[in-house]
Design a protein around this ligand. Sequence first.
Ligand SMILES: *Cc1c(COP(=O)(O)O)cnc(C)c1O
Length: 407
Amino acid sequence: MLHINEHYLKLQASYLFSDIAKRVAAFQDANPDMDIIKLGIGDVTRALPGACVAAFHKAVDEMATDAGFHGYGPEQGYAFLREAIAKHDFQARGADISADEIFVSDGAKCDTGNFQELFSTDARVAIPDPVYPVYLDTNVMAGRTGEFRDGRYEGVVYLDSTKENNYVPELPSEPVDLIYLCFPNNPTGSTITKEQLKTWVDYAREEKALILFDAAYEAFIRDDSLPHSIYEIEGAREVAVEFRSFSKNAGFTGTRCAYTVVPRECVAYDSQGNRQPIHPLWNRRHCTKFNGVSYPVQRAAEAVYSDEGKAQIRELVGYYLNNADLIAKAVGELGFEYVGGKNSPYIWIWGDRDSWEFFDLLLNKAGVVCTPGAGFGKCGQGYIRLSAFNSYENVARAMERIRQALA
Ligand SMILES: *Cc1c(COP(=O)(O)O)cnc(C)c1O
């Protein structure tokens, strides 16, 4: 008889986006003429940058000739892309990362979800609340948690992000081995300073822990004092893995390309207490279970680092940041407490009422869809998330409607 992995039975069905869809559909049925504005889901809305499209086309044309055809490529990614990443995203910022420490993949979702496979099932895991659900659910699947009770999984060390700590969690009061951090943060839009990030790096070094740092929104940072990469912090090469994606900077959510940085110095320990480098283990896992990102997509990603591509991405991200600024100003003028909207496409708003009640209010009175904060964890209760991923015109109309509905 075949038994299933019972840890899957502990997973809480995520009704978040289907519940949102149901409420939106019911409202639309009752108000067929209302044009609903969606500031909910975290997907980009604007076209791929021209430089990426041109490189993509060119690579497809190469594939159409026997001479230019590419079959299986290196699982870790083509050297042209890994070298461009190391040079422009790290070395240019003074972070000492080399091309052979970069693993190109089809998404930061998969990478942040898969990385925990390298560690023992009794590793103690620290996960932010509110959170991008992938970190938590993949650890549940792996059996690193107990049951779900009172809104939380047993055995997880939750890192509360609240108004009191300005949405940057404090160090855990109990020992942990694996730490997930995400800055600029999804869903809160909060950022972390170099000094704050250094306390985490120092903690991980002290505890022989590892930080999994998700920097998917790095391109939204405009404040030069904020770290774009954890490797801008001294000592991070020994205790941090970083995840990046072309989804939010270059609009690759439907094109799929991302990468993970695993420095040579990162280690975990075997049962004898010997240091085991993580790089060869991730390399082994990646080569065994993954067969590379398509050649045209890697060429399109490489174009992100051309002069033309860089300018286009700055404009693209700047467009969303301008939307975020408009949202932040409007909610501030309405008297709401919020965080984010700067150096981030997300605005996290304290509604001072149940998240779903606030969601219904905005939908029914303004025809605007947000994401209820409670869907991201216990600490999200009472909040909603608004996203800047829409046209400027729609964002402006949405904020005007919210103003009229709540005034
Ligand atoms: C969007 C997002 C990613 C990127 O995911 P991809 O699989 O690369 O599209 C990673 N982490 C967070 C927190 C995100 O919001």
